[in-house]
Design a protein around this ligand. Sequence first.
Ligand code: SF4
Ligand code: SF4
Length: 240
Amino acid sequence: MAKALFIDTSRCIACRGCQTACKEWHGLPAVPTRQRGTHQNPPDLNPFNYKLVRFTEAKTAGKVEWLFFPDQCHHCLEPSCKGTAESFAPEAIVVDKKTGAVVYTEKTANLTAAQCKEIQQSCPYDIPRRNDKTGILTKCDMCIDRIRADLAPICVKTCGTGAMNFGERDAMLAMAHHRLGAVKVSHPKAQLVDPEDVRVIYLVTNPEPALKKQGKQAVESYSRRELLGGLVSPFRRMAG
Ligand code: SF4
Ligand code: SF4
């Protein structure tokens, strides 16, 4: 059955347990880093960090808010990264039939730097990163090895606050809409991010600043939807 994650950022306390557990499960090495005046560390996704908790400060009605966003691949239902790879390397990116997870294979190493760039630029959420040494294109694989062994993705297993959830897609969608109703009482701007288009459904309390650092296209996409409101296709609208 098709799987999904529901990430409720209103419950995220930015402990970064998910980020660290992801590195450990995938055997990814540490990345040299330094203090940059923010708790967001490393500063961006990279070939050794498939998951990154983003920190954003926002001012709402005179009050400063600290927004946490555990960023990762959204496992799109119709992944534009795979669509782009289709013409030059159809087997480099695969969609797992059982779960719907979008998985990058080692065959991405055969792609040229220009082809990788094309794939990267096609992602609306600015997710894939290229390892320039090996040529491999990287991102979250939904812990497909764990799912096949009837285990939840390691980020979900690690999260102690209920921010990370995993299960059948219908159940995750229902949970997301239920939580949205509750969260909207205290955060009227709360939204689900593209719930009909993805297998990783985010609930954000303050969408524009929360998504800003996730990628230019994501913000433009969000702003466009805000402007067009009901005129856009229901498949591209945020719920809420
Ligand atoms: S979020 Fe980007 S990398 Fe992930 S499946 Fe969608 S298009 Fe591909
Ligand atoms: S483990 Fe949970 S609470 Fe901690 S940063 Fe990740 S999503 Fe947030």
